[in-house]
Design a protein around this ligand. Structure first.
Ligand SMILES: [Zn+2]
Length: 377
């Protein structure tokens, strides 16, 4: 019997962002439907999401901010002063059922993931990984920072030496800030350099945290166009160096899919095969962990990639082709598809992308040398 547990809900269908928002797309519900259609999940492996309580959300966020989220969601309006004070109600962080209800559901699921992990299961919460939210401010489509709350929940249970790894295409500014001054949590983020990508202000190599030891924060800001060979080269080296100086007790892994080549909000060229290999690499070096979703704005690419992750977690073989039922689910996705010149029809046919060619650029090797120096400094 697999120890994998997928925490999700079809309720996310009704808790969507506003029209035209990149997160308007179906994500968790699509993944669940696709896994069903592909016969890749059993009833006992599914765990229904439950919302976080206000008390749990207060493990990180301020009371005033949480009250504003609840009020915005309830009145479907921007409460007075909220835009300026809490960054709620902008195009980036609009008021919708996702503002509080959707975010609270995703956060409760991350706490469920922690509990399941501590019971010996391998939990995956694809709705989680909303890593940009700050203590009292919405940011980067994120309202409630579920990774931080999951980690705070672990700390309340007495855990120290918690390693957080973030593979999303964007720097995890909210998580970094939350743990910048503690030695309990090591934050490693591999992402598009803020020189050209959101959040622009943070995610540079030289942000090392203020922990007593070597600095418990490590950023790997990558140039545009990162391919599989480069992504895996960077990860293998960095994880190897890190494992020599840091032995975590618990791993929390954020698995945003916006690093994939199909994603129109990032400039990476990683295939889902590369993404899967990256996931395997993290597990090889640091063992099992608590697995969270993250960014990802191409619904088909996202569903395929998280299906691969789920197959790996649950110890399933990966079917080569998408079956007719699975294809129907993917073809039925309604979204404002981005017009592209590239032919993406393979996505409805194959689950795993073919291996990709690519070499490791000198600038990527140079960056890894710099990261190594930081780790050992
Ligand atoms: Zn992202």
């Amino acid at each position: 019997m697999s120890r994998g547990r997928l925490i999700g809900s079809l309720r996310y269908r009704d808790l969507r962002y506003t029209k035209n928002h990149p997160l308007r797309i179906p994500r968790v519900s699509l993944l669940l439907e696709f896994l069903e259609a592909m016969d890749l999940i059993k009833e006992y492996e599914r765990v229904e999401s439950r919302p976080a309580t206000v008390e749990e959300i207060l493990l990180f966020h301020t009371k005033e901010y949480v009250e504003a989220l609840i009020e915005a969601d309830r009145c479907e309006c921007v409460p007075k002063g909220s835009r300026e004070r809490f960054n709620i109600g902008s195009y980036e962080n609009p008021v919708s059922p996702a503002t509080f209800r959707g975010s609270a559901l995703a956060t409760g699921s991350s706490i469920q993931a922690v509990d399941l992990f501590l019971q010996g299961f391998l939990p995956f919460n694809p709705a989680g990984g909303m890593h940009h939210a700050f203590r009292d401010r919405a940011n980067g489509f994120c309202f409630i920072n579920d990774p931080v709350i999951a980690i705070e929940y672990l700390r309340r249970k007495g855990f120290r030496n918690i390693l957080y790894i973030d593979l999303d295409a964007h720097h995890c500014d909210g998580v970094q800030e939350a743990f910048y001054e503690t030695d309990d949590v090591y934050v490693l983020s591999v992402h598009q350099s803020p020189e050209y990508a959101f959040p622009f202000r943070s995610g540079f190599l030289k942000e090392r945290g203020t922990g007593r030891g070597r600095g418990y924060n490590l950023n790997v800001p990558l140039p545009p166009g990162i391919n599989d060979a480069e992504f895996l080269f960077v990860l293998e080296k960095v994880l190897g160096y890190l494992s020599e100086v840091y032995r975590p007790r618990v791993l929390v892994l954020q698995l945003g899919t916006d690093l994939l080549k199909e994603d129109y909000l990032s400039k990476f060229e990683v295939t889902n095969r590369g993404f899967l290999e990256a996931f395997k690499l993290v597990r090889e070096v640091f063992g099992e962990g608590i697995y969270l979703g993250g960014g990802g704005y191409h619904p088909i690419a996202l569903a395929r990639a998280w299906t691969l992750i789920w197959c790996e977690i649950s110890g399933r073989g990966i079917p080569e082709r998408i079956n007719p039922e699975g294809r129907r689910v993917l073809e039925g996705v309604e979204w404002e598809e981005i017009e592209e010149d590239t032919d993406r029809s393979y996505m409805y046919d194959l689950l795993l992308d073919p291996p990709s060619e690519g070499h490791v650029r000198e600038e990527v090797k140079d960056l890894v040398s710099k990261v190594k120096a930081e780790i050992y400094s």
